[in-house]
Design a protein around this ligand. Sequence first.
Ligand code: IPE
Ligand code: IPE
Ligand code: MG
Length: 234
Amino acid sequence: MADNSENVLNHISFIMDGNGRWAKKRLMPREFGHKQGAKKFREIVQYCLHDKGIKYVSVYAFSTENWKRPDGEVKGILNLFVEYMNTCIKENDENKTRVRFLGNRSVFSEEIQAKMAETELVTSKYERTMGICINYGGRDEIVDAVNKLISEGKTHITADDITNNIYTGIMPPPDMIVRTGGEYRLSNYFMWQSAYSELFFTKTLWPDLTKKEVDELIEEYKSRQRNFGGVKNA
Ligand code: IPE
Ligand code: IPE
Ligand code: MG
């Protein structure tokens, strides 16, 4: 295996897929899988930020396409989201994590939007950052950025303009994107940011992911050769 242990890991991102199948295997409703997935999310984010010392973690929690799911499932996911924000606001000192929401929030009720703003505000004193992609769509994100620039009077748009106006803002692009659940696609995730991300796909269903497997994925990341279009040791 190549030794590229100098590969920096500033940002790790997870496409948390497989909750529904995890529940189905147990003859339980999909909502049960999402509940277990939410627990796993807390464990893995905490592990990456505070045990592994990674500065940025992001997760794909709900896509702009996930509204197609049955009402009950969507409601269940949104309830878990609100529950999570409540614990962030209450137990913030334990989490020590700065929370940022990435996505189009205008579709959410005023109450949820206010809670999102409060969660971001009370956690803003921390450095380690977690981005939660909720009502997130990679294409919409780029279109929104372009429209914002147009409304500001721009007539010529550069790549830097887009980078500075997408939802991720201050977060660097992900070095690693890990998709659980065995599907080999990005499903409209980080279309702009993933240009040079290292991609990892595991068959493990999200609720079954372990810290040990995260460690193994990070080890594999370190062995990858990142070129960014250049030639190593040129
Ligand atoms: C991912 O798990 C969570 C969300 C999309 C909200 P799924 O619910 O997609 O689980 P599978 O893919 O059906 O197993
Ligand atoms: C991607 O998973 C979205 C999230 C994990 C939030 P999906 O389960 O929605 O993706 P597809 O529909 O299988 O591509
Ligand atoms: Mg899925």
